[in-house]
Design a protein around this ligand. Structure first.
Ligand SMILES: Cc1cc2nc3c(=O)[nH]c(=O)nc-3n(C[C@H](O)[C@H](O)[C@H](O)COP(=O)(O)OP(=O)(O)OC[C@H]3O[C@@H](n4cnc5c(N)ncnc54)[C@H](O)[C@@H]3O)c2cc1C
Length: 458
């Protein structure tokens, strides 16, 4: 069928196919047997096709061959952020506020990644413990987000200057992340899966992404890999190591405030965990550790996800069968599987647990971590941990930055991910604006910008 048919031509084609009546009039049958809220006003109008021209993939001699082809350039920007989790969102907001043009691609339809879609609701790592006192290290755009959540009803609990590790509501968090990204002026492209790095020799110049509109390119002066799994640095040929880690599925339970705990105790059974409080009354979130696995293996991930859902369903039924536990219900399993760690960047500097324990000071400090994983007192994160060793035009942020295996349980927490995201965004903006490589960014200038944007550097 040719592309832009007139309505008359379309009617002729459809008429020949016996479908004309369905499109022939806006009028609907007066009384459907079962009236439905989907029943009226949804006629689809013809719009120009949005699938870019492509060369078909061929099966030749048993091999699948993709012919060389030119890709449409969908967008050009200063800074492209791949992944809209805690780190990517903070990077995009910080870079845009620093004056750079910023685009962000995210494979799902919301910000937050594991924090919201993965329903990991406790923001750990906000405070360090010094001399028995909690001292706040978590500031900047991430803390501004929490502070704005604290002004909404039912959005956050346990938030305050001396209170570590607040718990958020995922919907409120998604909403506020949208608001702040919009206010900053980030060009947001959800439903876009970063598939490849665009390279000029060893310099990243943008990313290829897949969406319902096909395979397209975004060109950028600096790309930030905030995919959590290092998809971009792996595609760009940067050094990394890959780890297997515990993979779980978080879920939320409802009516937990209506359980008769005494009666349940009297039943004498060992019951599954009922989770931790959230901002919504009677709703808890349940963390699941899960078995170790390769978070890049789709077969294993699919099996695990189905196994987790079965286990969770059975656990909730067990609670409901227990006297006193009847009101409990499963509200939802997290739409995003809880993959904790996969690829970890081999960076210009690999931060170690020893550095953190020794309280090592770095001249290029860009963030300060708190307690929650292995660490309790504050520790510095240097810019070198965000920089690939050889590849240029690229920074990493969030759970995939360059650290040794023993510090991963601290750097992957939500607060440090928000902070390394903030740092990567500010650095990328400076690199794009001054036309230098990210590795040549003026460190005092970067630290000044971060402080102006509210970050704490020790
Ligand atoms: C089960 C579990 C429990 C945890 N418990 C806690 C806890 O209690 N407290 C705490 O502080 N931390 C906890 N963590 C750790 C923390 O949640 C994560 O490490 C942190 O949220 C990671 O943030 P991130 O932005 O680096 O990565 P992610 O949240 O993984 O974000 C990456 C984003 O990039 C997108 N993306 C990925 N690949 C692509 C691509 N190729 N193209 C486009 N988009 C892409 C993803 O959809 C996602 O939105 C837990 C983690 C898990 C899994």
């Amino acid at each position: 069928m040719k592309k832009n048919l007139t309505r008359r031509e379309l009617m002729q084609v459809l008429g020949a196919a016996g479908l004309g009546a369905a499109f022939g009039s806006r009028a609907r049958p007066a009384a459907a047997a079962e009236p439905s809220p989907e029943g009226s006003g949804f006629d689809g109008g013809l719009i120009p096709s949005s699938v870019p021209p492509h060369a078909p993939v061929a099966l030749a001699g048993g091999k699948v061959i993709q012919p060389q082809r030119e890709l449409p350039v969908f967008h050009q920007t200063d800074v492209l952020v791949v992944g809209g989790g805690a780190a990517g969102w903070a990077a995009a907001v910080a870079a845009r506020r620093a004056g750079a043009k910023v685009a962000l691609i995210e494979r799902y339809g919301c910000f937050g990644g594991l924090w919201t879609g993965g329903m990991v609701l406790v923001v750990i790592g906000t405070h360090a413990r010094e001399n028995g006192q909690a001292r706040k290290v978590f500031r900047g755009v991430g803390d501004e987000l929490l502070s704005r959540l604290s002004r909404l009803d039912g959005a956050i609990v346990k938030y305050g200057p001396d209170i570590p590790n607040p718990t958020v509501d995922p919907e409120a968090t998604k909403y506020m992340m949208d608001e702040m990204a919009r206010e900053a002026g980030v060009s947001v492209f959800f439903h876009s899966w970063g598939a490849d790095a665009i390279m000029d020799a060893a310099t990243v110049k943008g990313a290829v992404f897949e969406s319902k509109a096909g395979r397209q390119a975004i060109l950028a002066k600096v790309v930030i890999d905030a995919s959590g799994d290092g998809d971009m640095f792996a595609a760009a040929g940067a050094e990394f190591e890959q780890r297997s880690y515990a993979i779980g599925t978080v879920h939320r339970l409802g009516n937990v405030d209506r359980l008769d705990r005494e009666k349940m105790k009297a039943a004498g059974q060992k019951l599954p965990p009922l989770g931790a409080a959230t901002p919504l009354q009677g709703v808890t979130w349940v963390n699941v550790r899960g078995p170790k696995g390769n978070g890049l293996d789709i077969e294993a991930l699919s099996r695990l996800e189905m196994d987790h859902r079965r286990d969770i369903w059975n656990r909730v039924q067990q609670v409901r069968r227990t006297p006193g536990g009847e009101p409990a219900c499963l509200l939802e399993t997290a739409p995003q599987l809880g993959v904790r760690i996969t690829r970890v960047l081999g960076g210009a500097y690999q931060l170690t647990l020893k550095d953190a324990r020794d309280g090592r000071k770095f001249p290029d400090v860009v963030a300060v971590g708190g307690g929650g994983g292995v660490m309790q007192s504050e520790w510095q994160i240097p810019y070198g941990a965000l920089l690939p060793r050889q590849v240029d035009g690229l920074l990493a942020a969030g759970r995939c930055i360059s650290v040794d295996a023993r510090l991963l349980d601290d750097t992957r927490l939500i607060a440090p991910c928000l902070m390394t995201g903030h740092a990567a965004g500010a650095a990328a903006a400076l690199a794009a604006q001054t036309g230098c490589r990210p590795r040549d960014v003026d460190i005092p200038g970067l630290q000044k910008l971060l402080k102006e944007q509210g970050a704490y550097l020790g």
